[in-house]
Design a protein around this ligand. Structure first.
Ligand code: HEC
Length: 287
């Protein structure tokens, strides 16, 4: 009998320890992806509670507010299942079936590796609950959203088939992070009056970025972009916010760095830098 109990203890004890280790491993990976994603900084108002939403973003037909991502059951994601968070993040579908306005970059996130997305969703569920009601967009936006968004997505939406695992290193990893996780293009590639990203100006900066302010041209163009920057200069900016001329970067860039980029591994910052240096130089003067 005692032998049986010992066996029982060993098998279940070990399985339990294994699954706990596995879930803390998952959280750690999720937290890292969260950092690579700039700490979802758009959901943190500059002086408000982190991740509790409420920040205003202009869109072609008015404005929208970012939402509460914390685990609060009533006002945040606390009551959502993993599948519901997943669907909002990569398909733009809310639990009630409505489409989110693509100001939330779910199209780009749809290319995030399944493994990374799973870890990120698991991590999001651990954000300390903060009770804060979401602000709803103006009535006309609420009225048009369910009508216009599906048509917009049919015409302009770009969704991707995600790989199971992310590329581990090199320029392929840099491209993966830029395109699907850190979303440099979400701010650095300009959008037209319909809110459609202009791929012909990929990473070439915008006179009016997500908050209506200027966003730098980060293509390797020597005059109007960052052609003179070394890969270390770019990595340094991502990790510390300091430019080669020792000036500090401002605005949303400072927020995504403070919110998360600063915690990325140097090798990931360098992979991003190598990819950014490899894109087509585009002459586009912003300032
Ligand atoms: C949430 C919006 C946002 C995201 C995401 C973002 N940036 Fe920026 N970035 C900006 C803004 C705004 C500026 C201009 C800041 C300023 O004027 O000080 C900027 C400035 C920069 C600069 C400085 C350029 C110069 O000439 O001074 C570099 C380099 C840069 N970003 C690279 C990146 C890279 C690489 C990524 C992705 C890993 C990225 N950014 C993601 C908004 C963003």
């Amino acid at each position: 009998m005692w032998l049986l109990s010992v066996l029982f203890f060993l098998v279940f004890g070990l399985a339990d320890a294994w699954s706990q280790e596995n879930s803390s491993d998952l959280m750690e990976r999720g937290q890292y992806i969260f950092s690579l994603a700039g700490g979802c900084a758009c959901h943190s108002p500059p002086k408000g509670t982190p991740y509790a939403g409420g920040r205003e973003f202009p869109i072609p037909m008015g404005k929208v507010y970012s939402t509460n991502l914390t685990a609060d059951k009533e006002t945040g994601l606390g009551g959502w299942s993993e599948k519901q968070i997943h669907d909002a993040m990569v398909r733009g579908i809310r639990p009630n079936g409505e489409s989110l306005i693509p100001a939330m970059p779910y199209e780009a996130y749809s290319g995030m590796a399944e493994e990374d997305l799973k870890a990120l969703v698991a991590y999001l569920r651990t954000l300390k609950p903060v009770r804060k009601e979401n602000l709803w967009p103006p009535a006309h936006v609420r009225f048009f959203r369910p009508l216009v968004t599906p048509i917009w997505l049919k015409l302009f939406g770009r969704f991707y088939d995600p790989p199971a695992r992310a590329p581990g290193s090199g320029i392929e990893r840099g491209r993966y992070l830029v395109e699907y996780v850190s979303l440099c293009g979400d701010c650095h590639t300009p959008k037209n009056f319909l809110g459609v990203a202009q791929r012909s100006l990929y990473l070439a900066g915008a006179k009016k970025g997500p908050l209506g302010a200027e966003v730098a041209n980060i293509t390797p163009d020597k005059e109007t972009g960052i052609g003179e920057w070394s890969r270390n200069d770019i990595a340094e900016l991502l990790l510390t916010g300091t430019k080669p001329d020792l000036d500090n970067v401002q605005g949303l860039m400072a927020e995504v760095i403070e919110g998360g980029y600063k915690n990325m591994k140097r090798e990931d910052a360098l992979a991003i830098a190598d990819y950014v240096k490899s894109v087509r130089p585009i002459k586009n003067k912003i300032k």
